[in-house]
Design a protein around this ligand. Structure first.
Ligand code: HEC
Ligand code: HEC
Length: 177
């Protein structure tokens, strides 16, 4: 009997080892700074995540974020104006966490792909994004027939706010709809 338990224990042990490995290798993406830094600012999440995903700041260079903040009263057809105090705080956060300030590899790639004189206001209009997705403003979620704005990253990248965009974790491919 102890031997049998030993055998099963061994399997359980291996399984647990695998779990630990799977967990840590997933997290290494962040620790190894492969993708984009997660959103970790509560004010940003509250103020800039109410109408859409709180886009991780590492998806655009700091100069783009500053331009976005300076035009909030006319923000893609919406009024997203903030009090001066809130704006200053958000400006500080976004300036420090833009793609050009980041040590995450994908952010560095994004920053490098945008010419210095350009200040794109949309992530979805950068050459980097188009290269990964094509150019259409509306995209079909494969299999569902539903059309959504490409700006709704989280529809296909369920962990977008955590900074994970890795192709292998796409919702559409995992569900295979
Ligand atoms: C009142 C609603 C509202 C608020 C609040 C808001 N936004 Fe937006 N935002 C929009 C809309 C609408 C769009 C266009 C979405 C689309 O085209 O599908 C947009 C688009 C964007 C995009 C471009 C997404 C793309 O296509 O790449 C960025 C970046 C953005 N917002 C940043 C912010 C930031 C930063 C804040 C906080 C200061 C903020 N937004 C607050 C409504 C809002
Ligand atoms: C309709 C689904 C859909 C939406 C919405 C979407 N994506 Fe994607 N994204 C994809 C697919 C599919 C791929 C993989 C493309 C390929 O491999 O050809 C991809 C790839 C990517 C990649 C490259 C991944 C890698 O492993 O190199 C990044 C970064 C990315 N998307 C970011 C975004 C951001 C940021 C947004 C929102 C502004 C967004 N995506 C919106 C479907 C989507």
């Amino acid at each position: 009997m102890p031997y049998r338990l030993g055998w099963m224990g061994g399997v359980a042990f291996l399984f647990m080892g695998w779990l630990v490995f799977a967990y840590s290798s997933e997290h290494k993406q962040g620790d190894g700074k492969r993708d984009v830094a997660p959103v970790e600012n509560a004010l940003y999440r509250a103020e800039c995540g109410s109408c859409h995903l709180a886009y991780p700041p590492g998806l655009l260079p700091s100069r783009s974020w500053e331009k976005i903040l300076s035009g909030l009263e006319e923000h893609f057809g919406e009024n997203a104006e903030l009090s001066g105090e809130l704006r200053v705080e958000l400006e500080d956060y976004l300036r420090k966490h833009g793609a050009d300030q980041s040590s995450y590899r994908r952010s560095q790639k994004i920053a490098a792909s945008i010419p210095a004189q350009q200040m794109p206001l949309r992530i979805s209009e950068t050459a980097y994004f188009r290269h990964e997705h094509g150019e259409h403003r509306l995209v079909k979620i494969p299999g569902s027939g539903e059309k959504i704005s490409v700006s709704r990253c989280e529809q296909c990248h369920p962990r977008a706010e955590q900074g994970f965009f890795d192709e292998h974790k796409l919702r559409i491919s995992s569900r295979n709809r």
